[in-house]
Every structure is written in structure tokens, then in C-alpha cells.
Design a protein around this ligand. Structure first.
Ligand code: ADP
Ligand code: MG
Length: 378
């Protein structure tokens, strides 16, 4: 059977991906903002190859050089960035377990990257990914594929999982506010060894009617934002102190061949990676606890990547909720992409250097060959 141009391009692309392993690191430096102060000299120099950068060292030190899969200039807007992840997003529809992270200190652009703002040009990866998947699912209908899509949205705060969609019913209608007091979620494994969150709300996204699907997504985002602001006043937490994970669960079945494909896309806005001293956490017991939980899960994420890159038999997925939750994306079955978000200011350079060093550890990882989750039901 001859492949058409698009199939050939995809096959070639997948082969290249396979050869390179299944983890990518992209660096994105945000532009200067009015609040950054008067000095607008950047600590970061991006080299013309689009993959390398240098960051100023401390006084008298040489600059540090790094190379990653991609380095975006501050001028790179949301659309350009999304273009570079759309293949990744697509593979969730092909049956892979895919995860995108944004990592960096508070104020470096993590939420801007993942979520963005408004419904115009500043839209981030979450809304664009949903739109792309809806469009592609519709296109695949001509090849007798039918897809279902469900969204969930959770937060990991102090090593506890919280459903951000408790105020929604699965059909998208809302529930009373006091429902937010309920449910502590736990991570479980199903018969296939895949992890899932027990009792989490899954909201249907309409694949048949794209406009409706997009409206449902907007309702999901609004409900999550409301849940976060309620939690904020109740528990004095801020979004920068928790990890948020937006999950899309995809299931496709082909009428003709009986093939069933199950993929997942996780979009993860990590808690601020800033170190203890700068956040002033020592002064307050609650804050100290938060910071320790964040440090634990981020360093566990680093440990997991390290163990994977060393080919260790034991990978400590279970050491944090985050890595346990995302195990399927981080092990042989999955694909992961990490954004390292950087602030360009000189004041941030030592935090930026920490982030880059963390990412350098990640970039050494080569996951096993990713496998599609395809079952043949016929
Ligand atoms: P974080 O989530 O890492 O704490 P934010 O995403 O909230 O950081 O970004 C901090 C501020 O910088 C926000 O006002 C955001 O709109 C702005 N910002 C971040 N990245 C960019 C960018 N690439 N272009 C324009 N503004 C940005
Ligand atoms: Mg944020």
C-alpha cells in the first residue's frame, strides 16, 4: 500500500522522533515587562542557531553556555510557540501519552505559555491544543474514526490532589460552590497499568460540534479559575505554589478496522521553582511547608529524569504525586516536552541558571521507544 504525502511525512517524522528519544526541552525567555525596572539589559543571549544560549555568570565569571532542542527569542509569540508543539499534541490523538510541562521561577511566563490569556492572539497552548485536536478529530471522520474527548483539571498542592472542576457536572452545567469542600483525590492504576485519578470529574467535550466543544473548554477554564480563587481565600495559597495539570482523555475507534486508540494529553503548569531563601518562606510555617512540598516534587521530577537517563532499574515515580500521576508520559510509553521559562532580567539570572541546569539534566533523558496504545478489538 502506497502512503500519501501526508502519511509519508508523518511516518518520517515519527521515525526521526524515535531516533532522538521522546523527550524535548524548549527554552522560552519572556520579553521585558514594565515591572521589571529600569535596567533592560538582558542576562540571556540567544544564539542564531535557535538552539543555544548563554547566560551571564556572576561578576568575574564567564557566561554559561547551554544547548537544547529549541530556544525561543522573547519576540516569539504564542502562535510560533504552538507551531513547535503541534506535532506533539497531535500524537495524543495517535494514541500516545503526552505531557508538556512549563518549568521556571514565578513570573517567568509559565502560565502565559500554557494557558495564555483572552481568546485572541494571546491564547496559550491549552486552548490551541484543544482546537487542534477538535479539528483533526473532525478530519479523521472521513476515515471512519470516531473520537470522544473528556477534560479534567487538577491541582497538586502540598502533595495533595484537588479537582479544579468540582463545580462542574460532566455535561458542563455548574454545581453549587460548597461542593469545593469535598473530595480528596487519589491516583490509582487500572488493569492495563495506566494511572488514573480516582473520582476526578471528567467533562465531556463535544467532538461532533466544534464550536460547542470550544465553548465547553471555555467553561472548563472558567470553572478551574473560580475553583482556584475560592481555594486561594480558603487556604491562603497562590497558584504559583501549586502544580496545575490540565488533562485531555482521548478515545478513538475505527469502524472499519475495529481499532481502538487511547491517548492522553497532559498540560502541566508547574509551581514556581524559586529557591527557599528568595521566596521568604522561612518566616511562615505554612509557606515553609508549601515550599518543601514544591521542592520535593520538582526535585523528584529531576530524579526521575536522571534515573531514566542512567537506565536505572528503579525509577522513583512514586516519590511524588506529580511523577506518579504522569508516569505513563515519562516512561517508555510516553512523550514529554518541558518548557523552561526564563525571565530576562539580570536580577533573575541566578534563578535562571538553576532552571537551565535542571533542564540540562532533563535533556539527557532518552525514553524507551514510545508505544501507541492501540488495541485491536476485532
Ligand atoms: P508564571 O506563571 O511563570 O508565574 P506568568 O505567565 O504569569 O508567569 O507571566 C508573568 C507576566 O509576564 C504576566 O503578566 C504575563 O502576561 C507576562 N508574560 C509572560 N510571558 C510573556 C510573553 N512571552 N510575552 C508577553 N508577556 C508575557
Ligand atoms: Mg503562573
Amino acid at each position: 500500500q502506497l502512503l500519501n504525502g501526508e502519511q509519508l511525512r508523518r511516518a518520517l517524522h515519527n521515525r526521526i522522533q524515535e531516533l532522538r528519544g521522546n523527550i524535548r526541552v524548549y527554552v522560552r525567555t519572556r520579553p521585558f515587562l514594565p515591572n521589571d525596572g529600569a535596567s533592560s539589559s538582558s542576562s540571556i543571549d540567544i544564539l542564531p542557531d535557535g538552539e543555544s544560549l548563554t547566560i551571564a555568570g556572576r561578576r568575574g565569571e564567564n557566561p554559561h553556555a547551554f544547548k537544547f532542542d529549541k530556544v525561543f527569542a522573547p519576540s516569539a509569540g504564542q502562535e510560533i510557540v504552538f507551531d513547535e508543539v503541534s506535532e506533539f499534541v497531535q500524537s495524543a490523538l495517535d494514541g500516545y501519552h503526552v505531557c508538556l510541562f512549563s518549568y521556571g521561577q514565578t513570573g517567568s511566563g509559565k502560565t502565559h505559555t500554557m494557558q495564555g490569556s483572552g481568546n485572541g492572539a494571546m491564547r496559550g497552548i491549552i486552548p490551541r491544543a484543544v482546537e487542534q485536536i477538535l479539528a483533526q478529530a473532525a478530519a479523521l471522520q472521513t476515515q471512519r474514526w470516531t473520537f470522544t474527548m473528556k477534560a479534567s483539571f487538577l491541582e497538586i498542592y502540598n502533595e495533595e490532589l484537588r479537582d479544579l472542576l468540582v463545580m462542574m457536572n460532566s455535561d458542563g452545567t455548574t454545581r453549587p460552590r460548597d461542593a469545593t469542600t469535598a473530595t480528596k483525590l487519589s491516583i490509582k492504576r487500572n488493569a492495563d497499568g495506566k494511572s488514573y485519578v480516582d473520582g476526578i470529574n471528567m467533562v465531556d467535550i463535544d467532538v461532533e460540534d466544534r464550536a460547542n466543544g470550544i465553548e465547553q473548554l471555555e467553561a472548563v477554564m472558567a470553572a478551574a479559575a473560580r475553583a482556584r480563587s475560592v481555594a486561594k481565600t480558603n487556604m491562603n495559597s497562590q497558584s504559583s505554589r501549586s502544580h496545575s495539570v490540565f488533562m485531555l482523555h482521548l478515545c478513538g475507534s475505527n469502524e472499519e478496522s475495529g481499532t481502538i486508540v487511547q491517548g492522553a494529553l497532559n498540560l502541566c503548569d508547574l509551581a514556581g521553582s524559586e529557591r527557599l531563601d528568595r521566596s521568604g518562606a522561612g518566616s511562615n510555617a505554612q509557606r515553609l511547608k508549601e515550599t518543601q512540598a514544591i521542592n520535593k516534587s520538582l526535585s523528584c521530577l529531576g530524579d526521575v529524569f536522571n534515573a531514566l537517563s542512567n537506565g536505572s532499574k528503579h525509577v522513583p515515580f512514586r516519590n511524588s504525586k506529580l511523577t506518579y500521576l504522569l508516569q505513563d508520559c515519562l516512561s517508555g510509553d510516553g512523550k514529554a516536552l518541558m518548557f523552561v521559562n526564563l525571565s530576562p532580567t539580570v536580577e533573575s539570572s541566578s534563578e535562571s541558571l538553576c532552571s537551565l541546569r535542571f533542564a540540562q539534566r532533563v535533556n539527557q533523558v532518552e525514553l524507551g521507544k514510545a508505544v501507541k496504545n492501540v488495541q485491536y478489538s476485532k
